[in-house]
Each structure stands twice: as C-alpha cells, then as structure tokens.
Design a protein around this ligand. Sequence first.
Ligand SMILES: Cc1ncc(COP(=O)(O)O)c(C=O)c1O
Length: 425
Amino acid sequence: MPTDSRLPGIDGASNISGPPIDGPIGQALWARADAVLPGRAMFMTRSARYAGPGVQPGFIDAAQGCRVRDADGRWYLDLNCGNGPNLLGYRHPEVEAAARRQAEQGDLMPYFPSAMVDFCERLLRWSPGFDWTLPVKAGSDATALAMRIVRAARNRDKLVLFRQAYHGNNAEQSLRHERHPAAALDNLYRLDWNDPAGLDAFTAEAAEQVAAIMLNPIDQPSGVPASEASADFVTAVHRFRARTGALVILDDVRSGFRLHPQGSHRAMGLDPDLLCLGKALGNGHAVGALLGKEPLRAAASSILYTSTYIYSAVCFRAAIATLDVYERDNAFAAIQRAAERLRAGVLAAAGRHGLDLRFTGPATHPNVLFADDPGCARGERFAYEAARRGLLFHPRLAWFVSAAHDDAAIDEAIAIADAALAACA
Ligand SMILES: Cc1ncc(COP(=O)(O)O)c(C=O)c1O
C-alpha cells in the first residue's frame, strides 16, 4: 500500500472517459454503502474504488470456478481470486461438500471440534519440518501471533521488518495511514529489502535487542514493481539469526501455495522458525495458521490467545479438503503453467500494440504495470477496457491465477487483454 495518506483511486479523480463499469444496481449500492459505512477506513485497498473510480464493478454477488457475477448480473473472468484466497476455483465442489457436511453437524460449538485436530495434523503433513501449529481466522492474526511468540521466546522487544512490507491490519503490521501512538511503532526497525550489506551493518548496531526478522517471500507493495528475495539476501537473513539469536518469521499469507507446493520458504531456500499462512489455505473460507518448530513450543504455550470464532469447525473441514485436492491434483503445477501462458500471451499482445507492459514477481501472482506510469493512470485504463470486455484484474494489486483457470479461460483472458490493450494504445 502507498505510505502517504492519499490513496489513489479512492481520493483521486477519474481517468475514465467511458461509462462506469457498475450498472444501475451497483451504482445504487455505492450510494447506500456510502451512507452506512465510513468509506475510507473500511474500503481501502479491498474497495473497487482503489482501482480508480468507475474502473471495476463495486459489488460481486456470485462466483463459480474462475468467474464472478456483479450485482447487475454481469459475469466476468476473474484474475483477482478474492485477492488471493481462490486457489482451486470459487466454490470448488469438494471443498464446499466438506464444509456443508460439517455445517450440518455444527460449526461453532463449546470447547474444541475434532475437526481442529484433524486440520492441525493435516497441515503439519503438508509441509514437513514444523512441529506444531495454531489455527487462526486471518493472515493478520497469524503474523500478530508470531510477533508475540518471538518476543516471549527471546525476551526482547524489537522486530526487523522491511521497508514497504504489509503484514496485517494492526499498527505494527501495517504501514502508516493514520495517527498511531508513537510508542506503537517504537519497537520496529524497517530496513531496505534485498540489501544484504544493510542487514549486515545493522547486525552490529542493534542486534542484541532484536527478537526476530519478519519478511515476505516477495516485496510486493501495490502499484510498484514486485521483487523476489535474492539468494544473497536470504543468506544474510540466516547470518543475522546466527550472529544475534534473532528468530526468522516468514509471512507466507499472500504467496503461500503459489510459489512452492509446500510453502514459499522452499522456493526461497529460507529456513524460517515460524511460517504464517492465511488467504489460500481455505479456498475462501476464513482460516489461517501459524506453524512453528519445537524450540518455540514453550513460548507459544505461554501466550494467551483465543478468539470466539477460531474454533469454528466448517473452515477446518474446508481447509483439509483444499489441501487434499491441491496435492492430489498437483494444483501448483497447473496454476504455474496457466500463469506462465497468461504472462506470455499478455506480454506478446502488449508488444504487438507497442506498449511497455511489465510483469514483476512470480507469474502466479505478479504485479502487472506499464513502464513510466507511476500513478497507474494507464493501468486503470487497461483494467477498465478489460472489465468492459468481461475480464477483471486490479491495476495496482497482484493478479492471481487459480487451478480453475484452464486453457480455455487463459486463452479468453489473453484475447480480452489483447483487445483492451489495443484500446489503450
Ligand atoms: C503478506 C500479507 N500478510 C498479511 C496479510 C493480512 O492478511 P489478512 O488480510 O487475512 O488479515 C496480508 C493481506 O493481504 C498480506 O498480503
């Protein structure tokens, strides 16, 4: 997210000369939403307004596979994937059947559901090397819990995060958009991404106080090119741990299941002490998890952590089914292949129209931006022209590909992108 208080799209003027994508029902919903919701706080990057006024449909009422339907009844091919969670396809039949079976027995009940233990065991089998797991409802919960556990484990207050990284919705995890009490951020160091020398230099300066480094697999702020962690940087993170005793937290909430079938740390060559998961884990059901190693079990046990809906059984059954289908169908390979075809096809179309469009970050969830388009005005136009033709993607946030994007869907996406690029050229 941008670090200043202005949010493009939400605060900006429209770059779009054509009619808004929303039909009459969507437009009426905006008027009603603005009356009952404090817009900026709630809307932020998850609002279609962050794509630019009139660029994307504001309200989506149905989804199936890789397609979604807006409030006015218009269907689109979707490359947002619910901002990541849709891994296997919206309303995947096996995931939904598992969720439905559990819902018929009960969802939130007293004490623990047995589904919770089944989920924890299944998750630990998914990525060998971790010894315990704590279920949560959201990515922000997983990262917040990790931050508490490392501080308890090391009896140190400070954390190292990287400059533009977003880790969740509390003061320490997010970037400054509001007035936080100064003390809320006193214990954070924000260092430069992919700067091994900077991290080495910092080791001597403040290392004794640092409980952990928390990093994402990719530096992927919105609206700017994404960059993957270099091998030298990963080595420097390991070196920092060896020299200082600080722990390593990998925030795999966004990239999880789309960079490596068993966790992004395996693609990066990173050996994290804690792994945070969310988004794609439940294929759209609200479930996340923190995975940890044996030496941190005692610190994890010392934290008071509870919340009413953590113990809901339906999302655990959905997540187990998601992992089963993902592994059985080798969904990772399918997503990777579809994503590479999409990237090649869209780049070729941009080249034909003389446009310098760039995919940065991994093909499975890239930032797709025009060169020399810092405010994303050109990107907004591309997203708008695509939406008019039935393809949704966000001009500032990552595109996401799911296992439901089969060859026909990718061909269709490329053809629409081609026509939209022609309209931009
Ligand atoms: C890298 C990263 N970490 C944490 C979060 C927070 O997850 P949630 O929105 O589920 O709380 C996000 C959400 O976008 C994210 O992208």
